[in-house]
Each structure stands twice: as structure tokens, then as C-alpha cells.
Design a protein around this ligand. Structure first.
Ligand code: IPM
Ligand code: MG
Length: 367
């Protein structure tokens, strides 16, 4: 029997509701796939600010460092919007990424055939299939670069952040992207702004060097502005996109809109290539959706699909991961929808808990 210890960070808004449904899925996985999970819940985000006065209490960091994997719901909400940046719920998320060394953020965007009509793009652009993996660097760039701050110079208020990368940060994220591409379409598009920024020139050079270790993978380069356009003009051209923290933040939201349903998109944040140890953190890409929190309206599928990524990437439980993903597809094929992904009349709209039950039953019966 495989034993794994999980830390749950339900966070704010709909976070606790969707995490509860993902736990339900994990409990069924335990019954069927020879694995057992011990779980503990820790505080992060606004919930931690309210209970402990800080968005990322040291006990949470310590618990996560000891865990085999972390499952996060969502952080943030209007209640904490007035706080300064360094004590907002989001600071908890940035803090845990840094503390756990989660430099590689994997954000797959796939158009589920049943949900193709939800894409913001014309049907002819998505019906050929969209299956993009954004590999976003997560612990560097303007997010963490120093110096950063605010000051008054000659009576004018200034604010500044620093876009900075060193070659080893670029090399390790490039390797993650090439290794991921090897397991799928074997194409990497590296995105930068090398026509203007020196950071982009170093990025491009180091990605080229790393590419020599992966001669079986195709590499192309694109400027970020062009990539933003190409993603909506011809999303089918992309397999793996690798880029820095801020460009990845923006492009991954854009590719999510292409896929049509933020409520469906999982993510993984890793400290190395899959299987190399280290703690992985898994979370839905959608946010805390305070407007529907506590009303059993949230879509738990992105969090459940994040659990599938956890099973696959952190634990190598491929069959269990497949079963979870298959159960989600089956539930969609049968016409079950939460409100955010309901479009047609023939669809059966259910709440968060009922959707979790449907998927759990699907995993239980998967063969
Ligand atoms: C994301 C979010 C975060 C980010 C925020 C909430 C700090 O937008 O995970 O994409 O900017 O990285
Ligand atoms: Mg974002």
C-alpha cells in the first residue's frame, strides 16, 4: 500500500467547496488504486489573515514542506482588497511558491469537445482541437526581482519592479518544457520580448542551449505580443509554450479563455521535472469567485482535474489519474453541468456537491 501525505489549503471563496469535492474523488481513488492518503488542512490567504493575521503562517509553510503534495483551492476576495500588497491573500500564494521552490507552473488548456461552444473563439478555430500546455516560470521575473519599491524623486512618485532572470533559472524551466513536450506533441514555442528587452535575449540564448539536450523536440520562438495574437487567431498551432512569470500569467489566462471554461482548468506547480522529488502544489486556475461562494454553485472539475495531475506527476499513479480524467469526461458526455459551463437546454445543471458525487461515482465504476 502506497502512503502519501497531503496538505489541503482550501483558502477563500469557493476554495473550500471545490477542495471538498476533490477530497471526495481522492477517497474513491484510495478504495480502488492501492494508495492511502493522510490529509491535514492548513491556513492560507484571506482565511489565514482572519485567523492568524498573516496570509501565510509559518506553520503552513512547515506543513507543506513535509507533505508529499499540496492541494490548494483559491485565495483572495473583496474583503481583503484594501490591504497593502505584501499582506494581501495573494502574497500567501506568492510566498508558498517561493518557499517550496515551485519554479515550474504547468497550465494545460484543452477544449473538451462537449464544451467547445463555450470557447470565446469561432467554432472553426477550435473544432480542429486545442491542446496547449503553458509552462510558466513561477519564482522569478518582475514578480520577485529586486530592487522593487516606491519612492519620491524630485517630488514625483515612482514605483519600480525589476525584470531579472539568471541563466540557471531559464535553463531549468526550459528543460521542464522540453521534457513535457517529449510526452506530447514534441513542439516547444518559447515566448519572450527579445526585440526590446535584454532579459529576452538571454532567455532565447539559454533556451537554445537547453534545446541541444532535446534534439527530438522542435523549438520555435515568438515575441509575446505576437503570441497573444496567435493564440486567438490560430490556437491549434501550439503544443507547449514556455515563458517567464509575467508573460505566462497573462498568456495562461488567455489560453484559458480560448478553452472556454476557466472552471475546467487544472494546474501544477513543481520544483523539478516530474518524479524528481520535491513537493508539488496543485490548484485550479480559476480564482475564489466570491460572488458564488457558499452557495453550492462552484464548478469542482478544475480542482478534481488538478488531483489527476497530482496523481500522475507527483505519485506516478497513471491509472488512477486516467480514471479521474475519464470520469470527468464521462460526466460531461452524459450532459451534467455546473452553471458556469451550461449552455444548452439538454444539459442537466447541478451544484458543486452533486457534481462531485457524479465524478466520484464515475471513478468508482471506472474500468
Ligand atoms: C495566477 C494568479 C496569481 C499570479 C495571483 C493571484 C498572485 O493570477 O496564479 O495566475 O499572478 O501568479
Ligand atoms: Mg494569473
Amino acid at each position: 500500500m502506497i502512503q502519501k501525505h497531503l496538505v489541503l489549503l482550501p483558502g477563500d471563496g469557493i476554495g473550500p467547496e471545490v477542495v471538498a469535492q476533490a477530497v471526495k474523488a481522492l477517497r474513491v481513488v484510495e478504495k480502488r488504486f492501492g494508495v492511502s492518503f493522510s490529509m491535514e488542512t492548513a491556513l492560507m490567504g484571506g482565511a489565514a489573515i482572519d485567523a492568524a493575521g498573516v496570509p501565510l503562517p509559518p506553520e503552513t509553510v512547515a506543513a507543506c514542506k513535509k507533505a508529499d503534495a499540496v492541494l490548494l483551492g483559491a485565495v483572495g476576495g473583496p474583503k481583503w482588497d484594501g490591504l497593502p500588497n505584501n499582506v494581501r491573500p495573494e502574497a500567501g500564494l506568492l510566498g508558498i511558491r517561493k518557499e517550496l521552490g515551485l519554479f515550474a507552473n504547468l497550465r494545460p488548456s484543452t477544449v473538451f469537445p462537449e464544451l467547445a461552444s463555450l470557447s470565446c473563439l469561432r467554432p472553426d478555430l477550435v473544432e480542429k482541437g486545442v491542446d496547449i500546455l503553458v509552462v510558466r516560470e513561477l519564482t522569478g521575473d518582475v514578480y520577485f526581482g529586486k530592487p522593487a519599491g516606491e519612492e519620491v524623486r524630485d517630488g514625483l512618485r515612482y514605483a519600480f519592479n525589476n525584470m531579472i532572470y539568471n541563466e540557471s533559472e531559464i535553463r531549468r524551466i526550459a528543460r521542464v518544457a522540453f521534457a513535457a513536450a517529449r510526452k506530447r506533441g514534441k513542439r516547444v514555442c518559447s515566448v519572450d520580448k527579445a526585440n526590446v528587452l535584454v532579459v529576452g535575449r538571454l532567455w532565447r540564448a539559454v533556451v537554445e542551449e537547453a534545446h541541444k539536450e532535446f534534439p527530438d523536440v522542435d523549438l520555435s520562438h515568438m515575441y509575446v505580443d505576437n503570441c497573444a495574437m496567435q493564440l486567438i487567431m490560430n490556437p491549434g498551432q501550439f503544443d507547449v509554450i514556455v515563458t517567464g512569470n509575467i508573460f505566462g500569467d497573462i498568456l495562461s489566462d488567455e489560453s484559458a479563455a480560448v478553452a472556454g471554461s476557466l472552471g475546467m482548468l487544472p494546474s501544477a506547480s513543481l520544483s523539478g521535472t516530474a518524479g524528481e522529488g520535491g513537493v508539488g502544489l496543485y490548484e485550479p486556475v480559476h480564482g475564489s469567485a466570491p460572488d458564488i461562494a457558499g452557495r453550492d454553485k462552484a464548478n469542482p472539475l478544475a480542482t478534481i482535474l488538478s488531483v489527476a495531475m497530482m496523481l500522475r506527476l507527483s505519485f506516478g499513479l497513471v491509472e488512477a489519474a486516467d480514471a479521474v480524467e475519464k470520469a470527468v469526461r464521462e460526466v460531461l458526455r452524459e450532459g451534467w453541468r455546473t452553471g458556469d459551463i451550461a449552455a444548452g437546454r439538454a444539459e442537466k445543471v447541478v451544484g458543486c456537491i452533486a457534481m462531485g458525487d457524479l465524478v466520484a461515482a464515475g471513478i468508482e465504476n471506472a474500468r
